[in-house]
Ligand binder design. Sequence first.
Ligand code: GDP
Length: 521
Amino acid sequence: MLRPALHIPPTVALTLPDLVEHARLALRSVVEYGEGLINPTVRLGITGLSRAGKTVFITALVHGLMRNGRFPVFEALSEGRVARARLAPQPDDAVPRFDYESHVQALVADRVWPESTRQISELRVVIEYQSRSGAMRELVLDMVDYPGEWLLDLPLLSKSFEVWSAETLEMASRTPRARLAKPWLSHLATLDAPGPADEGVAIDAARVFAEYLSACRNERYAMSLLPPGRFLMPGDLAGSPALTFAPLKVAHDATPPGGSLWAMMRRRYEAYKDVVVRPFFRDHFARLDRQIVLIDALAAFNAGPEAVSELEGAFQSLLDCFEIGRRTFLSSLLRPRSDRILFAATKADHLHHTNHDRLEAILRRMVERAIARADVAGAAVDVIALAAVRATREAEVRRGGATLPCIVGVPAPGEQSGSGNRKGSPPRYPVRQAGQGREGAFDGMTEVAVFPGELPGDPDALFAPGVAPFRGLAAASAEEADFRFVRFRPPPLESTGDGAPALPHIRLDRALQFLIGDRLT
Ligand code: GDP
């Protein structure tokens, strides 16, 4: 039972509370290890930034497992050794249950995308299978769905308020953030950090700062690094003091005067870490055996090169969270670490299959540092391009003597088509049929063929320094952008020939094989 270790950077000395925390985690780890010997259990974390595809992934995975989906690469199932998979009551009473039934109803019966992840939730599936030696066994799979924004908060644990303020200000000076940060920075200029603390001033500052974060998250810009994560998803902490603070322009090595706005903000920042970040780490993250990190790389391509480079930065932060190869003395002695991490680019069905390997290669290029470090620690890390639900099929469309590899699907109602073509770039949406309203919005009923554009064969072409490799929505209109992905409606079930009709997917079985295949031998 391998688990990630508590991240304490080597430069930070272990304090007594840290040691107590380690000891508690170690004790629980031993207890859970013992339980795992009796009931073999895999605790799988499913994370990714908002709208990366977590809800759809879990729903499709469980649906496929319970209904013998078409999973040829998932060996236990394809070898006919899975007797059945069933839902069971989850182990954690205080964590909301993943609402599988409603999500399946939406996805399969209503053919609309389910409601996205807003908070942590959990679902237990018990897989009854025959081992290769012929014995009947059970594997308990606990799936924990949580926002990636919470994960990206973990680096805050090792940062003071002053350091976090300085870093946040530095990031706000980059493109395209600088433009979006203007209202917040003008407001910040009016604040008197050493002046007296004032609740009204703190509330205003937190609001304007949260508006800036939210503007960065907009699909047009698709920025990834936006801590504190709860500012965008406050849940039941909305309006609490722990969420009512904002960065200040202060020296990173100075101490605030007593009773000042600065002291107030600093205290609340620490409260955020105590109330939000540490409990998340302790109660959830530290207990995961395996992880899948879902990434909407296509949304970043859609937005532009800045979003792609920020996504790369997010991988760096994720590395810090997983603590790969940087275990402390105590944790390495007492607490094992997460042993499998899968980075998955989702929604690959937005591309023709000729581009799936390219998407995977680009993702690999983006996480290669993560992979290198994980290899050092012996953890298995892999990347994959997948679609948990394949909403499109493929077609070759002839246009002006050329054959275009297109995808065909039903665009979600209201989805706008990108019609124009940038001079010199390949046409993006040359094929359109009935079902598109006068304003260029689709009606959600009719199939259309779309040429989504081609990803570069050489992943380095996207990352060459000093070159603007492609145009995204952050810098151009939808008509001029090089990649623009349409949101399709979920597909009907497809018949698998032998079993019950199943949801079509791309490489979901490969992900499953990597994540739990070895535990079903
Ligand atoms: P979450 O915020 O990570 O839980 O994201 P969701 O799972 O709710 O996905 C967000 C949106 O992405 C959905 O509403 C769909 O529009 C789209 N999506 C997610 N997974 C897929 C997929 O496999 N294929 C397609 N075509 N769209 C997907």
